[in-house]
Write a protein that binds this ligand. Structure first.
Ligand SMILES: [Ca+2]
Ligand SMILES: [Ca+2]
Length: 224
């Protein structure tokens, strides 16, 4: 049974078998919005672009690495943030790539964006890894989480191209009342305590209209 993540929930990364969970996926599955015509005879899809990202911090809360979509070219402007990339410097984390539309034919059971994690490879200076989700303002959709037919973040063992057999933990974004009117979610963080990795569900939602706001927020409020 998957753990339903709730705000403030802290979990040990231990499987039902008692073995440690060290290799897993953090993924987000979501669907495009289906619009029906008058009388419901015709339908068309509205693309929804969610972006899954993470930031890594050292023990003092200083940001030392990041993963976000390479389509975010902050380095070309003066935002003061690096360009997006899909791999962490230590190669412990990898993002499968920016999905810009969501499922087009209903829930396919696969996560549209996934960050794979190998805790054994994480640089020893990384003390915490914060995962967050944003709605990108594409020309089709600039609404909030509650307008999306389904959206959930989950942690599972397995590979990105197969539907997970066993979901370790899950957080439903589209159905949470605290996500109504919100466009960003600080999902949770992996952190080291006494040499062990643990996971804390954060589940704080914000109305951020740009990922730049959310990155600043994560650096300010969630780095320790
Ligand atoms: Ca995306
Ligand atoms: Ca999907």
């Amino acid at each position: 049974m998957a753990i339903r993540l709730e705000k403030g929930h802290r979990i040990n990364l231990v499987k039902e078998s008692g073995a440690k969970l060290t290799n897993f996926c953090v993924g987000c599955n979501w669907g495009a919005i289906v619009k029906k015509s008058l009388f419901g005879l015709l339908s068309s899809n509205v693309d929804v672009d969610l972006d899954l990202s993470c930031l890594m911090f050292d023990i003092d809360g200083k940001p030392i690495d990041h993963i976000w979509s390479p389509l975010y070219r902050f380095g070309d402007s003066n935002v003061g943030l690096p360009n997006g990339k899909l791999d962490s410097i230590d190669r412990a984390l990898h993002h499968t790539g920016d999905d810009r539309s969501g499922d087009q034919d209903g829930d396919d059971g696969l996560d549209n964006e996934i960050i794979t994690v190998d805790l054994n490879r994480v640089d020893s200076n990384v003390n915490s890894i914060v995962f967050f989700l944003n709605i990108y303002n594409n020309e089709d959709y600039s609404g909030d989480f509650s307008g999306i037919p389904y959206a959930s973040i989950r942690m599972f063992e397995g590979t990105p191209d197969k539907a997970p057999k066993q979901v370790f933990a899950q957080y439903d974004v589209a159905t949470k009342t605290e996500c109504v009117g919100m466009r960003a979610l600080v999902m949770g963080k992996l952190y080291r305590r006494n040499g062990e990795w643990k996971f804390a569900a954060i589940g704080d939602a914000f109305p951020d209209t740009s990922i730049v706001n959310t990155i600043g927020r994560v650096m300010r409020d969630y780095s320790k």
